[in-house]
Design a protein around this ligand. Sequence first.
Ligand SMILES: [Fe+2]
Ligand SMILES: [Fe+2]
Length: 299
Amino acid sequence: MARVLRPKDADQVSARLLDASARTSYDPFVDIDWAAPLDREKAYMPMERVSLYGTDLWRGLSEEQRIELSKHEMASIAGVGLWFEIILMQLLIRYAYDLDPRSPHAQYALTEVGDETRHSIMFAKAIARFDTPNYGPGKLLHNLGRVYKAVAGGPSMFAAVLVAEEATDRLQRSTMDDPAIQPLIRMVNRIHVIEEARHVRYAREEVVRGAPGLNRAELEWHRLATAATAIAVMDALVNPRVYKVIGVAPRVGREVARANPHFRETRRWMVEKVVEFLTETGMIGGPSRQLWRRAGLLR
Ligand SMILES: [Fe+2]
Ligand SMILES: [Fe+2]
C-alpha cells in the first residue's frame, strides 16, 4: 500500500540545495589529478560487484584479467551514466523552461544542469584515462533516448532519473573508502556521490509532490514509463562488449552474467533503496510491478 509522504515547500528545499551547492561543488579540471599513475594491482570496482564474479568463468581468470574486466565494466557504467546525464540535462532544461527563473526551484534545476555537465566531462575524462572504448548504451537505446528526452515529463521522469542516480550512487559509495580500489576512481566517485545527494533530494521531492495528483489512468501510465526506463537503464549498464577484453564472446558473457546469482543480487542491491521509495510513493505498483520482478529488480 502506498504511503502518502507530505511534500515540502519546493522553494525552501531548493534554497537549501543551492546553499549546499555553493559550499561544496567540484571542478573535474581542477580537483582531480588526471596525470597520477594508475595502480596496476588495484581494481576499478569491488570485485564482488563485477558481473561474472563467482562463476566458473571468473574462477578461470587471472587476477590481472579480473582487474582488467573491472576496469571495462566501470568504464561501461560511467559511459551509460554519462549518456543518461546528457538526457537528464535536456529534461531539466525543458523543466526549467516553464518555471519562474527568479524562484530557487528554477535556479536549482539550472544548478543541477551545471553539475551534470561537469560530471559528464569527469566521466569522459575517466574513460579516456582508462584507455577503454566508450561503450555507451548501444545504438537502439541511444536512439530511443532521443525520443525520451523530447517527451518525458512528470513524476515518471523524476522517478526514472532517481533509479539511474540512486543505483549508480550505491555502487559508487561502496568504492569511496575502499583502499583496494584505484585511487582515481575513488576520487571521481566521491565527487559524484557528494553532488548527487542533492539531485536525489530534489528528484525525490518532485515525485512526492507530483505522484498524488495523478488520476488512476495517469498513475498506471507513469508506473509503466518508470518501469520501462528504469529497466532499460539497468540492463544497459554493463555493455556485453566488455567481455571481449577477457577473450569471451559478448553473447556468452552476457548469458553467464544474467544467470549469475551474485550479479542478480548486485542489481537488486543497487536499486533496493529507490525501489522502496518508489513503492512508498506509489510509482511502483499495479500491473507494471510484474515488469520489475521479471527484470530481477524486485523480489
Ligand atoms: Fe551526475
Ligand atoms: Fe545527478
